[in-house]
Design a protein around this ligand. Structure first.
Ligand SMILES: NC(=O)c1ccc[n+]([C@@H]2O[C@H](COP(=O)([O-])OP(=O)(O)OC[C@H]3O[C@@H](n4cnc5c(N)ncnc54)[C@H](OP(=O)(O)O)[C@@H]3O)[C@@H](O)[C@H]2O)c1
Length: 236
């Protein structure tokens, strides 16, 4: 199968492209470093020639809602239009568990706009929503650091190893479009302050518990799966 990985040079894209290749698939990687700009559409038409499935693992550093929404909606709309011209039969999007319950977070608002564009589009789709990656926890600590201390609420996170996310994306990409959303989480929900204290055991930064919620979550359980979901097979 010929599969286009949009964002194939990133943290998720590299192991995903490797796994798909190891399974015998032909992978086309799309990033600006490869001459494909999904936001402007430059190079996209040629890259999608003969492609059956597109997996979108693009990312942006934008955290303000307007800019993040412009990126995730804009790239999704560009991809879907090019996919229709190229006859792509399955669009797979990686999103985030509970993003729609954390809209005060501009980045998450952007992810929801991307999901909505996929659901409203004409290309058969599957959406995979993962919780925060285990490997992403140190970056979360950096985001929450103020004047040398990490300020974290009791918001629950249920981190999942990146390898489990990559496995599920590969299975989804090589399966039939579900037309729905599948949530994937790690084995255990842990309050963010405790999670960061464990992760920073050898770090001089103090983790201070703060009232309310972190990361724009609207409730303590906003960022963990609330219903049926898959659980990663690996320990974080
Ligand atoms: N981190 C987490 O815990 C977590 C949890 C759940 C879901 N996710 C989702 O996982 C996805 C992938 O994240 P990641 O950490 O792998 O991101 P990343 O390492 O930042 O990689 C982003 C990729 O997107 C490409 N890209 C950016 N702008 C582009 C453009 N205009 N045109 C073409 N390519 C572009 C980058 O390549 P160039 O710079 O060369 O263009 C790179 O290949 C994100 O959508 C994120 O929301 C993350």
């Amino acid at each position: 199968m010929r599969i286009f990985v949009a964002g194939g040079r990133g943290q998720v894209g590299v192991p995903l492209a490797d796994l798909l290749r190891s399974q015998g698939h032909e992978v086309v990687v799309g990033s600006r470093a490869d001459g494909v700009d999904v936001l402007t559409g430059a190079g996209l038409g040629a890259a999608l020639a003969g492609v059956e499935v597109v997996v979108d693992v693009l990312n942006t550093t934008e955290t303000e809602a307007g800019a993040a929404t412009a990126f995730f909606r804009g790239t999704t709309e560009r991809l879907l239009a090019a996919e229709q011209s190229a006859g792509v039969r399955h669009h797979v999007l990686l999103s985030i568990v509970g993003a729609d319950r954390a809209l005060a977070n501009g980045y998450y608002a952007g992810k929801v706009a991307g999901e909505d564009a996929v659901r409203g589009g004409d290309v058969p789709f599957s959406i995979v929503r993962a919780t925060q990656f285990v490997e992403f926890v140190p970056t979360l600590a950096d985001w929450l650091t103020v004047d040398g201390a990490v300020l974290a609420a009791r918001t629950l996170l249920q981190p999942v190893p990146l390898a489990d996310v990559v496995d599920l994306l590969a299975r989804t990409a090589t399966g039939r479009p579900s037309g729905t959303t599948t949530d994937l989480a790690g084995p255990q929900a842990v309050p963010l302050d405790e999670l960061l204290r464990r992760a920073l055991a050898d770090d001089p930064r103090e983790v201070r518990t703060v009232q309310g919620q972190s990361l724009g979550a609207e409730s303590t359980d906003a960022l963990v799966p609330l219903g049926e979901h898959l659980t990663g097979s690996r320990r974080g």
